[in-house]
Ligand binder design. Sequence first.
Ligand code: NAP
Length: 484
Amino acid sequence: MVSRVIPVEPFDLVIFGGTGDLARRKILPALFRRFCAGQMRGDERVIGAARAEMSTKDYRAFARAAITEFDDNDACAAEHLDGFLRQLSYVALDARSDAGWAELGAALRKGRIRAFYFSVGPGLFGDLAERLYQWKLADAQSRIVVEKPFGRDLDSARALNATLAQHFDEAQIYRIDHYLGKETVQNLMAIRFGNTLFEPLWNSQYVDHIQITVAESVGVGTRGEYYDRSGAMRDMMQNHMMQLLCLTAMEPPAKFDPAAVRDEKLKVIRALDPMTPENIVRGQYEGADGRPAYRDQVEAPDSRTETFVALKARVGNWRWAGTPFYMRTGKRLKARASEIAVVFKDAPHSIFGADAGHHRNILTIRLQPNEGIELGVTIKEPGPGGMRLIDVPLDMSFAEALGPDSDDFPDAYERLIMDVIRGDQTLFMRGDEVEAAWEWTDPIIESWQEAGDDPLLYATGSSGPDDALALIHRDGRRWREIRP
Ligand code: NAP
């Protein structure tokens, strides 16, 4: 596979929170990989900024350690590392005071694209936007990148949008949802809108139901403090799962451009029927085999935070009337596995009789592990003995189909950071999308708070609470196996 790498325009990128966990694990390794791939021209500036006093030499050592630990791409030879590190510098500054901002101004060059990555807690977004404005560091071409969580409810998301809007146009704001940077998620759009095969069938007439699963096998680990204020609904469903639902359900946009794609996604969120209690199940994991229960990993021993949600959503429009979207996400489940499965209806009439069994086409878009797309088709079981049918996958594992380099896809952050530099917002969430998602999510969380009951406990290593199984069984359907 020959990939075409077109270098981006020279840029200066400031990583506020440049010494934090996200910078270490994702942003710096992603930049390094794009550098190795030849997407940078070699005179970029990447400026780490945080309060800690640190020299540029120390910051380069910090970045070297981070890249060595978190970049798992062997193709990206260590010989490039020194060249990349030479682009890095560090400025000590405080988002909440004037300390360091003059130095940051001096480190930036005129005539370059400027991108400011807000890799800090959302409580600092407003301060950063304000100081960038005060110190005249951002012009109309500059971009800011903000991370999740984007608010914790509709009011806070609106407030955050309003704060950023004081100094930046919507066209300058890049709200990251890294799920949108995943290769298979983009492939979902390519599959749907680049082929004539699927789109005519992509509706309630032919699709029985859709399942979206994002399962993790790990628990909250050391993130208990953050997670306990969030929960699966806020941490996964409102953003990542909602984005997957949008890309699966949206109408074909007229163009693959930011306005057209995001308009269509927004329409899906707005078409969602309000959730009703019988269509949603929340759970919390128990401990097992020396692995602690959720409540033993957070401060509140009686925490009601959910680590699992399963729900049946309905998109109330012509295309999807009558087709349920079953969605579930959780921690400490059987395996780490994420997929979107489009389950088509039975053939209207079986000419093969009862012995042929019950068969359905299922299109599976696997997000992790082993990114790929699989179409289950029904064929005749080979050999004599009549017409017995079996289901076999028409499998397009990227690794197999696209050659030896295909497991070397850019990480979502690589793609998204380069899109920021290119000025392409297609794979970023617009402010109104985020608000619409909260508008749908808020009543669910409020109803849980009002009811005041505990989430259902589920066993570590299971598929979630039994009620989540019942949610789909009562419709005569079953969840797909959660398997790695
Ligand atoms: P973190 O490890 O706590 O790092 C925070 C960074 O912000 C540090 O570099 C810190 O350095 C800096 N900082 C704190 N207060 C500051 C101030 N007043 N002025 C300037 N810099 C300041 O956090 P993180 O995990 O990297 O997360 C960063 C953001 O990304 C958060 O919004 C988080 O929700 C989001 N996010 C993180 C992940 C992840 O995997 N880590 C995933 C998705 C989203 P000093 O203390 O030296 O100032």
